[in-house]
Ligand binder design. Structure first.
Ligand code: SF4
Length: 317
């Protein structure tokens, strides 16, 4: 008689994810589009942090940059225009275990999605929010967006935009309970990567505005700071975005800025003589709404039923 094998369960082999494990469909953005650089940075971050693809979600709205979830081999939600935030907040409410990235554009976030943007920042749920700001509606072929600069021509304003643009950094820094605001550029991969990494590691809603090149419609918009790094002002602080000294030395123009100082962050955000980059503000103590919405997630069905019955009891007349 053969012996009964009882010890047959084996632990799964430890898995090491490579970049290929995060690569989804081939990106169909224009050649030279800054969105490619952001996609590379997020895929590298996922690989470096070994984020399980099945525990990672990319949520977007509508626009060129919002095609992002298709190009990641993770879970994704390519949603409605301006509605990335409520979807992401809903996911976070019930799944504290997931890595969530929100990818939105200036038309998506700063126009139709404005109310959701404001309240997602105020609710401060743990989300890495990437605003890819190219100053134009690209997908629908060059309409003026909320961040289009004065005088810029577009298909809706052929004589040039005549309404002052909205500053996404200043708006975000004006929202109650804001906890993380940073700015970076798509054409400096190390700074871009370090900023997205800091956002992912932040325990709250981390808002990153990426100045993003759109060679198809706004190729001239960021030409100056691309050619001359002196036009960028690096917010420098031991508690800021950690970057390699060699990368730091690329930015001749630096300012000592304590990211806990909200009034200084607002002043820095409002400067229009330079492009401030780095960590403008971080408050690690801001209240997180997802810590309230995730209460009770570990309860068994019987415990949940008992809790519902107990609540209903209170309304029994
Ligand atoms: Fe990128 Fe602009 Fe092309 Fe859209 S239109 S894919 S933003 S370069």
């Amino acid at each position: 008689m053969s012996a009964v094998i009882t010890d047959w369960e084996t632990a799964p082999e430890p898995r090491v994810c490579t970049l290929e494990d995060y690569r989804g469909a081939e990106a169909r953005w224009c050649p030279g589009c800054g969105d490619h650089a952001v996609l590379n940075a997020v895929q590298r971050l996922a690989r470096d942090k070994q984020l399980p693809p099945e525990k990672t979600v990319v949520v977007s709205g509508i626009g060129c940059s919002s095609r992002f979830p298709h190009y990641m081999a993770t879970y994704g939600f390519h949603g409605l225009h301006g509605r990335a935030f409520p979807v992401a907040c809903g996911v976070r409410s019930r799944r504290p275990d997931l890595n969530i990235f929100v990818v939105t554009g200036d038309g998506d976030c700063c126009a139709i999605g404005t109310a959701h943007w404001i309240h997602a920042i105020r609710y401060n749920m743990k989300l890495a929010i990437l605003l890819l700001d190219n100053n134009i509606y690209g997908l629908t072929k060059s309409q003026t967006s909320p961040t289009t600069r004065l005088g810029e021509r577009s298909s809706t304003h052929p004589q040039g935009s005549f309404v002052a643009p909205l500053n996404p950094l200043s708006v975000t820094l004006g929202i109650a309970n804001v906890s993380f605001v940073a700015q970076t550029v798509d054409w400096n991969p190390p700074h871009l990567y370090a900023t997205i990494r800091a956002a992912h590691e932040h325990d709250g809603a981390a808002f990153v505005r990426v100045l993003q090149r759109c060679p198809h419609f706004t190729s001239h918009v960021f030409q100056e700071p691309q050619r001359d790094f002196g036009r960028l002002l690096l917010a420098d602080h031991p508690d800021g975005i950690p970057i390699d000294p060699a990368v730091r030395s690329l930015f001749p123009n630096r300012i000592h800025h304590d990211p806990r100082d909200l009034p200084s962050a607002r002043e820095l955000a409002a400067r229009d003589d330079v492009y401030p980059i780095g960590l403008l503000y971080r408050n690690r103590d801001a209240l997180r709404y997802d810590q309230a919405t995730s209460r009770g997630l570990g309860k068994t069905p019987a415990e949940k039923l008992a809790a519902v019955e107990e609540t209903l009891e209170r309304f029994t007349i």
